[in-house]
Every structure is written in C-alpha cells, then in structure tokens.
Design a protein around this ligand. Structure first.
Ligand SMILES: [Zn+2]
Length: 306
C-alpha cells in the first residue's frame, strides 16, 4: 500500500509461517496502529537471510522503510541481534541475523524473542492495556511466561525469567521436557492434556478435550479441572513472588470459551491467603500478538524511547 511518510515493518517469524505488519513510523504507541499492510508468508527455513530479505523487499515497495523488527522462536541475544538457538528454525542457530539483514536491506534490523514480543503487545495493547505491571502466560505445547513492567519485559539476569511451566506441582509426577518431574507443563501442556484425554478414552487433541468438557463430558471435565487446579497453584506462586497487577493468559489452550482460564481464576480466588489476586483474563490479540509486539518495539525505537 502507498504511504507518503516513513514506515516500520514488523515480522513474526514462526516455525511454519512469517506474519508481517507494516505501519507508519510516526504512529501513536497508545493503541495498535492501523496496518498499511498485514499478511503471512511461508518461513524460508533453508536460506533465512535471503528469504527474509526478499519478503521485506516485496513489502517495502518504494516506501521509506526506517526500521525492521523480527521476532524469532528461541533464545535471542536481543542486544546483539543474534539468534542463539531456535528449535523450530535450526538454520538460524548462532546467526547474527540482525546485522546480516541490516547489511542486506540497508536499514536497522532488531531481533527479539517471540514470546517477549507477544507479551509486550498484550500488556500494552491487549488485555493488559492501562496496567503497569502485567504477567503474560501462553498455554500451548509448552508454557511461556513474561513479566512486563511499564511496557518492558523483565528478563532476569540471564534472560530466562518467567518459566512458569517448570514450577514443580507434583514432585513424583511425570518426567518433564526439562528433565525434572511434575512440572506444570506435565499436567497442563498440550501433550499432557492429549495423553490424559487418550487414557480416558477420548479421541482427538486438547481442542477436542476442551470442547467435550464444555459440552459436559464428565471424564473431560475431570481432566480440565485437574489442569486448571495445577495452573491455579502456579498462579498463586506467581502472585507470591511477583505480585502482578494483571495476569493475561493466551495461547492455543486459552481460546474461547476460556474454560481453563476461568476455572483457574476461580480456584485462585478460593485458595488465596495473603495473596493480592489481580484480574486473571484471557488474551485479546490472538495469533497477531507477536507481530504487534514487533511493530510496537519498532515504534519505540524510532521514537527513541529505548
Ligand atoms: Zn519442567
């Protein structure tokens, strides 16, 4: 789309697709900008720099592109723009992606973690908007968490804060992907729900489990209640440690009708002691949270706020 002024481009690079969002560089940061363009492409896994450069070139046209921000699934050195490790896109491992793309495109390119991007967007423009201290959780295959204070992710000393999925719930429980036993993920992660549902004789994945629970199936309800109960324990630990002003829960397992979220919130309310229980709400930006976070990061850097 033609736009007279300068623009910024956000790319949410996933394991199978790349979402893009083009926005005016001078857009307000108070709310999501009206996109000049928005869409998705296949992820160029084999030759990521050439493929991502081609995507950017096809989108910029003759616009005055001032900055690109990409989000990547995996461990990212955000200060250096280096992808340390990406399980979904191994060809990016160890790559100074920011510098390589910047050299190819002739504009500044920043690289950030995809979970951080989505968390910043939900905290600033989504369900946490207007609250200074927000904890964002994503329920999916794994459980990612990020504490966003005053619009910025609090990364911890080593960039690994917020791993709520690996809080121990059952010390003698199932072995987790991290090697320990009984982590929250072994009860409420998508593979755990799939296994529990199969053991109960159910067919299909976690979506079918949640649908059966909503429809009143007793076995499905029991699994969902156990998962929500575990999530509630993790949230109480989170409240004790972080005391967030709002907890936003997104990801594939938190979609409407939000049964896991509402049930966990009810358990948290019933079990809280000294804890100050904040609003526990579903995410609102859905699958576009990540790319919104890249654009917000680009706007902030253009506005020289970070
Ligand atoms: Zn674990």
């Amino acid at each position: 789309m033609r736009h007279a002024g300068p623009v910024v481009l956000g790319l949410d690079v996933g394991g199978s697709s790349v979402k893009h969002l083009l926005a005016p560089a001078l857009a307000s940061m108070d709310a999501p900008p009206t996109p000049l363009a928005r869409g998705r492409h296949s992820t160029p896994k084999a030759a990521p720099v050439e493929g991502l450069s081609a995507i950017v070139d096809s989108l910029r046209g003759d616009a005055d592109l001032e900055r690109v921000v990409l989000s990547i699934p995996g461990l990212v050195d955000e200060a250096e723009g280096v992808v340390v490790r990406s399980t979904n896109i191994p060809s990016l491992d160890g790559r100074p992606l920011g510098a390589q793309l910047s050299a190819a495109l002739g504009v500044p390119v920043d690289v950030i973690n995809d979970g951080h991007a989505a968390a910043v967007a939900e905290a600033s423009w989504g369900a946490g908007a207007g609250i200074d201290d927000v904890f964002v959780l994503a329920l999916g295959t794994g459980i990612a968490g990020a504490h966003v204070a005053h619009g910025r992710v609090v990364p911890g000393a080593h960039g690994s804060a917020g791993e709520l999925g690996h809080i121990t719930i059952e010390p003698d429980g199932h072995v987790c992907s991290c090697g320990r036993r009984g982590c929250l993920e072994t009860i409420i992660g998508a593979p755990a729900l799939r296994r529990a549902w199969a053991e109960a004789g159910g067919a299909g994945g976690p979506e079918k489990l949640l649908a059966a629970s909503s429809a009143g199936d007793a076995a499905a309800k029991a699994i969902v209640e156990r998962a929500s109960s575990a999530l509630a324990e993790a949230i109480l630990t989170l409240c004790a440690l972080v005391d967030p002003g709002c907890i936003v829960i997104g990801g594939g397992l938190a979609q409407a009708p939000h049964e896991l979220v509402t049930l966990a919130a009810r358990y948290v309310g019933a079990r809280a002691s000294f804890h100050r229980v904040p609003p526990i709400v579903p995410a609102t930006l859905g699958e576009w949270a990540g790319v919104n976070g890249t654009v917000l990061t680009a706007l902030r850097r253009q506005h020289a706020l970070v």
